[in-house]
Design a protein around this ligand. Structure first.
Ligand code: GLC
Ligand code: CA
Length: 524
């Protein structure tokens, strides 16, 4: 499989660093902690870790508000510790991806402090400053994704600045050549250290309308939805100029050999695939988040798989995501039994899978008491925004009380449930064992990694498809319902079933029975 790049062959494992492993008892995960768990990630069968932001930050949005792009926040450790962690990961043949947050900085970043200090500061245009509207109010109607106007009044110079998220996260101005050069240096700083690539935060928001036109009303808005849904984001997202910026990031990575550029993009498939670039000179992988919001329905998912495969340009490498730190966990979305089916789906689809930490043990969303809420998105939009704390609770390593082996102190968020890596470790019927088997299979099976996906069909609650490479052919069938179902199978040998008591039997041509919530992989 050598002609594929590592990120095409591999599986990415997302670590939310606050929640993976604490090493010093302050209740917050850190780099040393991650270091003690890298063997676990490698043994699981992942090929790369993506670590959510670890740069110095006032933590208004838990690291997505960066105050220094070229260092490590003391909560997580030091730059030396990061270098050690990366060396350790590389010795285990794990690649290391960082989160790059170029759309906005912290309001405590020295760049912003200079920018706000006077109208003629050389960094003034590194951010988006505008005069008030004639009535003194915000310059236009743009809304923040964290609620309210996206414009914050600043007394110092008598202008407003734009922030797509919190007021503590002023948006950077990607029309400024100096800012672009500074950000290019940031990429090079980490690439020079040996980082294997980046997940680029909110890349589809990077550039805004040059004329600052009002966004039009959204006719589909329903009261109770987050505030910013009241408007279509016509002038604040997915602007044509964004592609040239992605291209320039990619060009920098290309100077360093096999590094990967992944974009966080919540858009429709036709818009999404444009982020690969016209000839594949854009992002290697614009994240495909379709499964995060999919109705868990065989027909719907079959359509999604087919449409995505058709929409992808020939040079584009697909990818699938089942969970991340911004969305409810898959085990809570679809239930424990279907989460096993979802694991088979994620790891047998065509393209690079990204796993979210803890999903491999079926972690569910935690229960967060009102006085324990940490997520600024929820704190600023109470009752409207579904908070993101539930999917960010600490990794459950063992059954030890009260902190599941995550910390010796008080965890920054409560432990969600009682299951743990230790409990599932030796149990062949556990979710963890299922993930390990699936990842092992993917590694050894060319059809799963590089094969085409064909004959994607749904009937009732059953979804089936094939993966094909040369003479190798796999038939995959998922029962997405709670009843037994007959599957119109191909003849072959059962390679894997989510029902742990089944293995090695022959599938005959025609009707075979799948148990409720059973998924199978058959060699045909
Ligand atoms: C991305 C991150 C999210 C963060 C936001 C602002 O969507 O995944 O966690 O709040 O960007 O940086
Ligand atoms: Ca710590």
């Amino acid at each position: 499989m050598s002609e594929l790049a590592w990120w095409q062959r591999g599986v990415i494992y997302q670590i939310y660093p606050r929640s993976f492993q604490d090493s010093n008892g302050d209740g917050i995960g850190d780099l040393r902690g991650i270091g003690t768990r890298l063997e676990y990630v490698a043994a699981l069968g992942a090929d790369a870790v993506w670590i959510s932001p670890i740069c110095p930050s006032p933590m208004a949005d838990f690291g997505y508000d960066v105050a220094d792009y070229c260092n490590i926040d003391p909560i997580f450790g030091t730059l030396d510790e990061f270098k050690q962690l990366m060396g350790h990961a590389h010795r285990l043949r794990l690649k290391v991806l960082l989160d790059f947050v170029p759309n906005h900085s912290s309001n405590r970043h020295p760049w912003f402090e200079q920018s706000r200090s006077s109208r003629d500061n050389p960094k003034r245009d590194w951010y988006l400053w505008r005069d008030p509207a004639p009535d003194g109010g915000p310059p236009n109607n743009w809304l923040s994704r964290m609620g309210g106007s996206a414009w914050e009044w600043d007394e110092v110079t008598g202008q407003y600045y734009y922030h797509a998220f919190l007021r503590e996260q002023p948006d950077l101005n990607w029309r400024s050549p100096q800012l672009r050069r500074a950000m290019d240096h940031v990429l090079r700083f980490w690439l020079d250290l040996g980082v294997d690539g980046f997940r680029v935060d909110v890349v589809w928001l990077l550039i805004k309308d040059a004329q600052f036109r009002d966004n039009p009303p959204n006719p589909a808005y329903r009261p109770g939805e987050p505030d910013h849904h009241r408007l279509l984001q016509s002038y604040t997202e997915d602007q044509p100029e964004v592609h040239e910026i992605v291209r320039s990031m990619r060009a920098t990575l290309d100077e360093y050999g096999e590094r990967v550029l992944i974009g966080e993009i919540y858009l429709t498939v036709p818009q999404l695939v444009k982020y690969y670039g016209v000839n594949g000179e854009g992002a290697h992988m614009p994240f495909n988040f379709q499964l995060l919001n999919a109705r868990w329905n065989a027909n719907e998912i079959a359509g999604m798989i087919r449409d995505y495969d058709i929409a992808l340009p020939e040079y584009a490498w697909p990818n699938w995501v089942l969970g991340n730190h911004d969305n409810p966990r898959v085990a809570s979305r679809v239930g424990a039994a279907q989460a096993r089916v979802a694991a088979v789906l994620l790891l047998t689809l065509r393209g690079t899978p990204t796993l979210y930490y803890g999903d491999e043990i079926g972690m569910t969303d935690g229960d967060i008491a009102p006085d324990e809420v940490q997520d600024p998105a929820e704190l600023r939009q109470p009752g409207i925004c579904q908070g993101r704390d539930p999917e960010r609770t600490p990794m459950q390593w063992d059954g030890s009380l009260p902190n599941a082996g995550f910390t010796d102190g008080k965890p920054w968020l409560p432990i969600a449930t009682s299951t743990s890596v230790r409990e599932q470790d030796g149990d062949m019927s556990s979710m963890l064992s299922l993930y390990r088997r699936l990842l092992g299979l993917r590694r050894s099976n060319a059809a799963l990694v590089r094969g085409t996906i064909e004959n994607v069909v749904a009937y009732g609650d059953v979804l089936t498809y094939e993966r094909r490479y040369g003479n190798e052919r796999l038939f995959i069938a998922l029962n997405m319902g709670v009843e037994e179902a007959t599957v119109q199978s191909r003849p072959g040998l059962l390679l894997l079933s989510t029902v742990s008591t089944r293995s090695g039997e022959n599938f005959v041509q025609g009707a075979n029975l799948l148990a409720a919530s059973e998924a199978v992989i058959v060699v045909v």
